[in-house]
Design a binder for this molecule. Sequence first.
Ligand SMILES: [Zn+2]
Length: 293
Amino acid sequence: MIGSRNPNIFCIDSSGLFWILHFLQKIHVFLLTLKNSVRPKCKFSLALLPSILLRSNLAILNPKFVTDMKAVILLSGGLDSATILYKAKADGYECHAISFDYQQRHRRELQSALTVAQKAGIVKHQVVNFDLRQWGGSALTDDAIDLPQERSLDEMSQNIPVTYVPARNTIFLSFALGYAEAIAAERVYIGVNALDYSGYPDCRPDYIQAMQEVFRLGTKQGREGQPINIVVPLINLKKTEIIQLGNQLGVPWELTWSCYVGGDVACGVCDSCRLRLAAFAELGLVDPLAYAS
Ligand SMILES: [Zn+2]
């Protein structure tokens, strides 16, 4: 359960079943990497094998090939963050997910983060607790501010909405940076997207570029010439393209949660639900989540 208030609440156990699944998953990633590594009309050479083993993260089966390719993934439990978790896995990284219980409007998304992390079979999932309700300033951290409902996509694109949480991604990335440096990770994956209609300032390319400089200048690793890189695979993708990418990667949409309201079923009328539903509909796909309306 995710009810614990302590960080470090989740770590995959080492039951036999888990290791069998883990092994099969590694074989799968290995075969994918092998397929991507051998160009058509090009002969496969055994000399390629060590690098393919490393990139497919299969190296852990052999101490000679132990990889240090670690990545921290910001996992909210939503559609975008689940996609980047699966992307980091496909990129061959040992995944360490980090989620935040900041006293947001509901805890439903944290349950989704837990189940998505479990399903992905990652090495570790941390939940960090703090309280942004202390000063509020967002519909997600202050119950006195109403959530927008039933807005058209045009209306959503007019202004930065009240669901913007002041400096949230700067806070999140700071935690992720500390975690990443502590475990000597190479990358931090964050599912920001500049094209959706929210227009959040801390999801834009110039912001990410500036934070990359903070990552370089603000860490020992960065000053010693090996800065932790911020990876933003979704930044220039439309929601429909994110869903297509997630489908290729096998993201379990039914376990994700995007609704701002919370509850047992998604509301279907908040901005986040509307964006998600519109994208699935545009692709002619059915969102497997249950909706109230
Ligand atoms: Zn909703």
